[in-house]
Design a binder for this molecule. Structure first.
Ligand code: GDP
Length: 368
């Protein structure tokens, strides 16, 4: 599955948020019990209003969402890249994830110790990002050293990688993330990919605020403002959440939770927003299968051809792929029924080169 790693300094609310995301998200998607793969890995249903809307037309026996995973990566502290605390082990975990949710403390609370004394998002973001860049620097240094030993073989790929690695080292040394490094050609791109650098992964910032700062999406919090400016420069998103509120909501009956949310003037669950944003930075999209048995959402990468999409359901669908019958969610909504979509000539047969679109409703024909 695709996953987002939750990182941040100690005591910023990572575990609280992780627990809330994994429990609540699944309690809401009834029938899909919270699933802990490992103590720090949780599988969550991706909220998607379109499934209910398809169901209003097709009326299936059940609705099955698609899932993603969150990984709680604790223990990142200043000096982690130099092996402080359990640093290196945790950095190893971050290397495995597909994208990063960086939780930043934007709440003030004198009862909750801050490792550096006070709430200061700019300093905190910098501390974490510096550690991640150091870690990548190590990775690239090791790779460049290996390449230098192989230079004598006069292999073109090695020469390109070596040269690219040296530039990359220089870039990281200036405390810039790998995300902003420009490659010169496809070979360099391949090399960069092969390194699995942490600061190359997409990141989104979760601004953890107190309950009372949530109503205007954090507009009144000076800390959220600072974080937004940082994120804006990096082209990253900010999701404003209150981990503690979400934890509290998760312990209430749904009706009571709604009353509480109305009191605080909150429209959408912060967790839904966080999961959706996480799904989107992973570069994923969703297609549906829709029949009377079930309406189901499936996850595919943004660039995905029809056979590959079929393979997400079952590898046999991909192997024996003949064609896909496809229509668009938007057309179904606009026209009101599958029959009308067919009448309008919008129910198409597509072949192996078809590039899927988000919201496609698909049925695959295949040889067994
Ligand atoms: P982690 O070390 O980043 O995983 O942090 P935790 O999730 O364990 O939270 C540390 C402490 O901060 C706990 O006592 C939480 O209850 C508290 N906390 C988390 N989120 C908030 C919040 O939004 N506001 C306040 N005041 N406290 C919070």
């Amino acid at each position: 599955g695709f996953n987002c790693g939750i990182v941040g300094l100690p005591n910023v609310g990572k575990s609280t948020l992780f627990n809330a995301v994994t429990r609540t998200a699944n309690a809401q998607a009834a029938n899909y019990p919270f699933c802990t793969i490992e103590p720090n890995v949780g599988r969550v249903a991706v909220p998607d209003e379109r499934m209910e809307k398809i169901n209003a037309i097709i009326k299936a026996k059940k609705i099955v969402p698609t899932f993603m995973e969150f990984v709680d990566i604790a223990g990142l502290v200043k000096g982690a890249s130099r092996g402080e605390g359990l640093g290196n082990q945790f950095l190893g975990h971050i290397k495995q994830v597909d994208a990063i949710v960086h939780v930043v403390r934007c709440f003030e609370d004198s009862n909750i110790t801050h490792v550096d004394g006070n709430t200061d998002p700019a300093r905190d973001v910098d501390t974490i990002n510096t550690e991640l860049i150091y870690c990548d620097f190590e990775t690239v240094t090791k790779s460049v050293d290996k390449m230098s030993r192989l230079l004598k073989n006069n292999d073109k790929k090695i020469l390109i990688s070596h040269e690219c690695g040296l530039r990359l080292k220089d870039h990281l040394e200036q405390l810039k993330p790998a995300r902003t490094f420009s490659v010169k050609n496809e070979d360099e791109e391949d090399y960069l990919k092969s390194l699995h650098l942490i600061t190359k992964k997409q990141v989104l910032y979760a601004a953890n605020v107190n309950e009372n700062e949530l109503a205007d999406n954090g507009e009144n919090s000076k800390h959220v403002k600072v974080l937004r400016e940082i994120a804006h420069k990096e082209g990253a998103q900010v999701v404003v959440v209150s981990a503690r509120l979400e934890e509290e909501l998760g312990q209430l009956e749904p009706e009571d939770a709604q009353v509480y949310m109305d009191d605080l003037n909150i429209k959408e669950s912060g967790l839904d927003r966080l999961i959706k944003a996480g799904y989107s930075i992973l570069g994923l999209m969703t297609y549906f299968t829709a029949g009377v048995q079930e309406i189901r959402a499936w996850t595919i990468p943004k660039e995905c051809k029809a056979p590959q999409a079929a393979g997400v359901i079952h590898s046999d669908f991909e192997k024996g792929f003949i064609c896909a019958e496809v229509y668009a969610y938007d057309d179904l909504m606009r026209l009101g029924s599958e029959a009308k979509v067919k009448e309008a000539g919008l129910y198409r047969k597509e072949g192996r080169d078809y590039l899927c679109k988000d919201g496609d409703i698909m049925n695959f024909l295949f040889n067994v």
